[in-house]
Design a protein around this ligand. Structure first.
Ligand code: MF3
Ligand code: CO
Ligand code: CO
Length: 249
């Protein structure tokens, strides 16, 4: 899992410089695809439950699972790129929201809130601690900004499988209040923060693209975490991406 996380982070650092105005999301997908295959690894999204591409690109009001296509990124967009690779049978999964040139204050704030929420979620957990500590920390941060937390899509355990136990909701639930994170567990934290209401709509045409119901923007960051005997270890730490405490202003 450490090797998978390390490679996935290296991939994220590779695509970073290409996410600029004028590139299409399918060009980003091709870069992800070729880079992964070039190292002999496998892009997990491709053909996963019928998903047609090697990564997800979610722009502005798209919350998650956007399908790369001919759309040209333009100044003012925010785009989440979510990459997952299979390395020797094990999965690494992470995403970042990129600001394309100068963006609106609201888009910047929702992106900042999502990054803060991810790190507050990571800091909230300890070996044997409650899963709900993550959701409590994330809801608190979203409320501070007047933003909302998506309920329908959540973090997840991963390993030989892309998605497995435990469920990691980004808000407290009765189940997350009773479940604990034992050492040895690998899972993601990937809060989706909406500028407006938390509600989602699935694109009826492609069956994948999830948008905000109110059309306001949404941002997300994701890391793969290993709970060790002493605390959480980030397996997908990038060299050049936004780190804990990063400010987008
Ligand atoms: N990478 C996403 C996650 O964080 C899942 C994408 S599933 C796909 O769990 F099929 F859309 F790729
Ligand atoms: Co994930
Ligand atoms: Co992901």
């Amino acid at each position: 899992m450490r090797a998978a996380g390390r490679f996935n982070a290296q991939l994220m650092d590779y695509i970073r410089d290409f996410v600029r105005p004028g590139i299409t999301t399918e060009e980003i997908d091709r870069l992800v695809h070729e880079y992964t295959l070039g190292y002999g690894h496998v892009p997990a999204p491709l053909n996963y439950q019928g998903f047609p591409k090697s990564c997800c690109t979610s722009i502005n009001e798209v919350i998650c699972h956007g399908i790369p296509g001919p759309y040209l990124l333009k100044e003012g967009d925010i785009v989440n790129v979510d990459v997952t690779t299979i390395v020797g049978g094990w999965h690494g999964d992470q995403s970042e929201t990129f600001l394309v040139g100068a963006v609106s204050e609201e888009a910047r704030n929702v992106t900042q809130c999502a990054l803060n929420a991810l790190y507050l979620g990571i800091e909230a957990i300890r070996p044997g601690g409650r899963i709900s500590d993550i959701g409590d920390a994330i809801v608190k941060e979203a409320s501070r900004w007047g933003f909302s937390v998506v309920h329908e899509y959540i973090g997840h355990g991963l390993g030989r499988r892309f998605h497995q136990e435990p469920n990691i909701p980004h808000f407290p639930t009765p189940r997350s209040r009773s479940e604990r994170i034992e050492p040895g567990t690998c899972f993601t934290i990937e809060p989706m923060i909406n500028a407006g209401s938390r509600y989602t709509v699935m694109d009826p045409t492609d069956g994948w693209t999830v948008r905000t119901r109110d059309g306001q923007c949404s941002a997300q960051f994701e890391h793969t975490i290993l709970m060790t005997e002493t605390g959480p270890e980030m397996l997908t730490k990038t060299r050049r991406g936004p780190q804990k405490g990063h400010s987008f202003s």
